[in-house]
Design a protein around this ligand. Structure first.
Ligand code: DC
Length: 219
């Protein structure tokens, strides 16, 4: 049996960083499902497909040639690792993520990441839809205030100017869209452990997940 740790949660909760570190410690593969939705957002922009054309977006998504190599992500031959990380692409990813045809088109690709010795998958519906069989499910969150501050610091560190009020509003809009959509909404499932990282360091969050994982594999 291949081990799976599913980590779901809202934007800027620190999921990505924590999930990657957990995968590294355990020697597991890592799936950043948000990157896939971001790529769909980017590709739809390049191909000038209106977000109201759901069937066309679904077909486009099925044709995308996406691959990950080390920490980089490629669309066809192009390294899009930076291009997909902008706020604009986060919002667009959230918009395409609400389209059932797009979600359906990404199911098999996400499942194909499952490989020995195990997988850490992060996103919005990893534990609820894509890998419901996961041994450990974590719902990782932090207060909106803390998340906006973290995002602000990240942007400033990259030399990108940012406004904390606009960031907070963008983040709340995205939370609203991701939790209220009808297909695979962001939700804490009953069998997921809640991890609020508002007052935790990255290392503390990683240790907590490793401890839970050790407990569930013992059972
Ligand atoms: O995790 P992220 O911020 O990179 O995700 C960007 C957007 O993609 C997020 O706001 C909603 C969408 N998404 C999704 O709908 N389902 C996932 N499993 C991952 C991301």
């Amino acid at each position: 049996m291949i081990s799976i740790i599913a980590i779901d949660g809202p934007t800027a909760s620190g999921k990505g960083t924590v999930a990657q570190l957990v995968a590294k410690v355990l020697g597991f593969h890592y799936l950043d499902s948000g990157a896939l939705y971001r790529i769909v957002g980017l590709a739809s922009l390049h191909q000038q497909i209106d977000l109201s054309h759901h069937d066309q977006l679904g077909q486009m998504t099925r044709r995308l040639k996406i691959h990950f190599d080390q920490q980089r992500v490629f669309l066809e031959e192009n390294d899009v690792s930076e291009a997909i990380r902008t706020e604009e692409m986060g919002q667009r990813a959230s918009a395409v993520g609400a389209i059932p045809q797009v979600r359906q088109a990404l199911v098999e690709l996400q499942k194909s990441f499952l490989a020995l010795p195990g997988l850490v998958a992060d996103g919005r519906d990893m534990g609820t839809v894509i890998f419901p069989q996961a041994q450990l499910k974590v719902f990782l969150t932090a207060s909106a205030h803390i998340r906006a501050q973290r995002r602000y610091k990240q942007l400033i560190a990259k030399g990108i100017s940012a406004n904390i009020d606009i960031l907070t509003q963008d983040l709340l809009d995205r939370d609203q869209r991701d939790t209220q959509r009808s297909t695979a909404p962001l939700i804490q499932s009953e069998d997921a452990y809640l991890l609020d990282t508002s007052d935790l360091s990255i290392d503390q969050a990683v240790q907590k997940i490793l401890k839970w994982y050790a407990l569930v594999v013992q059972q």
